[in-house]
Design a protein around this ligand. Structure first.
Ligand code: AMP
Length: 560
């Protein structure tokens, strides 16, 4: 069993080792696996770093950021076929499973997987489907901020009480309020935006630079330009100013420029924090610690904005890129009954209000349809079960169509329809009470799966349904088909992920170099490819070492 953080930008796998959560590294020594998939020139599937590098030289050869499309029926086209976000996620999950199996020297068949607190039912189900394709049973879907808090609570002093988890990743933003004491972590409220994150900062900054410096990157260079802005953004997280080279000359660019360029994005953070606090009934003074999660929380502008809003310095004792995965490992150990975590208890909340459509008689004889009647309010502790009584509109009415919605609006048209049920047998017979009444019970489990049960009060007749209307997710046959399509990677040395990654990385560097350097690199690449063809282990290892040594100075890590 493993814990997985399936992120928008990067994904990680972690386990509990000697009572401590640790992330696992691949053969290249990396634990942050880019959530990117691509197809190489020869048709081989690439996942992670190799795929990310492939997209830089050939942007149409794969897909990144597919987490944003989970639970929709979006498809991408690359490598001569269509791919769904579920299949792309499955490839990343399968790679994480593979890394864990290599590290742990055993097969892995189940996992705790984290999802944004704001993922709705379809998105959660899509995640479970992706895991099934990857050959993983989902032990539990864990909300990302909850996971982070679990990692934090696991290490924190016992006197810690109220915690705000601020999670700004590549593409999602979540704020969660938790209470943690004596090893118990309880979620009080969560709030978020599913399309707000570090990538939006990069995009806004890129657009600002293009305007300000009159710069028009050629379309073919779009990804490379984006990478440049990305590293500029990271540099400005560390230092107050730097230079940018455009039109053949260097120009100064400052953190203040970055702050100005991205102000509209930063302005969207506070309302989400405020809403979570309002839902939890808390004021800033009642918060004991603010925990920063997600790579984008490293930006000083974000840090300062939150500090300013809450009047308290946010804490960064845990690595914002790894904390979610570490929490998933703790949760996995909890599920497995690991003695190291046996005293830890976790409760969670449902992220959205769930209810049904009703009709109201606003004036006598004047009925209006389309009102939302909440049954389970957002931020109710899960698992939970709640019921409400509803009545028929006339003595002749025999049938009731129950439309189930998820959302926060008063009118159902603004909420999300997630399923429906029919019940018959309500017509009032002589001697029976009018109006006919039904009891509508919603039961919501830990994984965010909803069961609706409708009972006619007079007769006890029941209809129940697990809500399953999930566009963009797969049927059992589709999962089986996808499994066949994504056969395990071949074991030929040339197909091993670390060798694939090395070659993609070298190809990417080749595109950047020129002249003598380029020719030298080509020599190393060819020697390495020849070694791969020979399938001789020692020869491969030597050629790999030579190639890596040549490339190392060009890939200094810009990470945080
Ligand atoms: P995550 O989804 O948590 O992996 O978040 C990745 C996001 O964090 C990306 O949008 C990165 O650009 C951003 N990020 C990572 N490190 C930094 C940094 N030092 N400064 C600014 N943004 C960063």
């Amino acid at each position: 069993m493993i814990g997985i953080d399936l992120g928008t930008t990067n994904s990680l796998v972690a386990i509990l080792s000697n009572g401590q959560p640790v992330t696992l590294k691949n053969e290249l020594g990396e634990d942050l696996i880019p959530s990117v998939v691509a197809v190489a020139e020869d048709g081989a599937l690439l996942v992670g770093r190799a795929a990310k590098d492939r997209l830089i030289t050939c942007p149409t050869a794969g897909q990144a950021c597919f987490k944003r499309d989970m639970g929709t029926d979006t498809t991408y086209e690359f490598g001569g076929r269509k791919w769904s976000p579920v299949e792309c996620s499955a490839l990343v999950l399968r790679e994480l499973k593979r890394i864990a199996e290599v590290q742990l020297k055993t097969t892995v068949d189940s996992a705790v997987i984290t999802v944004p607190a704001y993922f709705h039912d379809q998105q959660r189900q899509a995640t479970v489907d992706a895991a099934a394709i990857a050959g993983l049973k989902v032990l539990r879907l864990l909300n990302e901020p909850t996971s982070a808090a679990l990692a934090y609570g696991y290490r924190a002093a016992d006197d810690l009480s109220t915690l705000l988890v601020f999670d700004l990743g590549g593409g999602t933003f979540d704020v969660t309020l938790l209470e943690s004491f004596e090893g118990v972590v309880e979620v009080k409220a969560s709030s978020g935006e599913s399309r707000l994150g570090g990538e939006d900062y990069t995009e806004a900054f890129a657009q600002w630079i293009e305007r300000e410096f009159n710069w028009n990157p050629p379309a073919a260079d779009a990804l490379r330009w984006r990478e440049r802005v990305e590293s500029l953004k990271r540099v400005l997280s560390k230092q107050a100013s730097t230079t940018i080279s455009l039109h053949g000359k260097d120009a100064p660019i400052t953190r203040d420029d970055f702050i100005t360029a991205t102000a509209p994005i930063t302005a969207r953070l506070r309302p989400v924090v405020r809403r979570a606090m309002r839902d939890a009934g808390l004021t800033p003074k009642q918060i004991d610690a603010v925990l920063m999660v997600g790579g984008a929380s490293r930006m000083p502008v974000v840090f300062d904005d939150l500090w300013d809003l809450l009047g308290m310095e946010p804490s960064r004792t845990l690595d914002p890129d790894r904390v979610v995965a570490l929490g998933a490992a703790v949760q996995q150990a909890l599920v497995a009954g690991d003695a190291a975590v046996k005293d830890l208890v976790l409760t969670d909340v449902c992220p959205h209000t769930l209810g049904i459509e009703t009709t109201k008689e606003l004036m006598r004889g004047h009925r209006e349809h389309g009102f939302f009647a909440p049954i389970i309010e957002r931020n109710t502790m899960v698992p939970c079960s709640r019921s409400e009584i509803f009545s028929t509109l006339s003595p002749e009415q025999d049938e009731l169509a129950i439309q189930v919605y998820q959302g926060e609006s008063r009118l159902v048209k603004d909420n999300r329809n997630i399923g429906k049920l029919h019940i018959q047998g309500l017509r009032a017979r002589p001697g029976q009470k009018y109006p006919g009444q039904v009891d509508v019970r919603f039961s919501y489990d830990m994984n965010g799966i909803l069961e609706v049960e409708v009972t006619i009060k007079e007769t006890g007749k029941k209809v129940s349904k697990v809500i399953e209307q999930r566009p963009g997710t797969l049927s059992a046959e589709q999962i089986a088909e996808a499994l066949r399509m994504l056969q395990p990677l071949k074991t030929n040395p040339a197909d091993r992920p670390e060798n694939r990654a090395r070659i993609e990385r070298a190809n990417r560097l080749y595109a950047d170099l020129s002249g003598e350097m380029r020719r030298s690199l080509e020599g190393f690449i060819e020697a390495f490819e020849a070694a791969l063809i020979s399938q001789e282990r020692e020869r491969i290892a030597e050629a790999a070492e030579d190639l890596d040594r040549f490339m190392a100075p060009f890939f200094r890590d810009t990470d945080g």
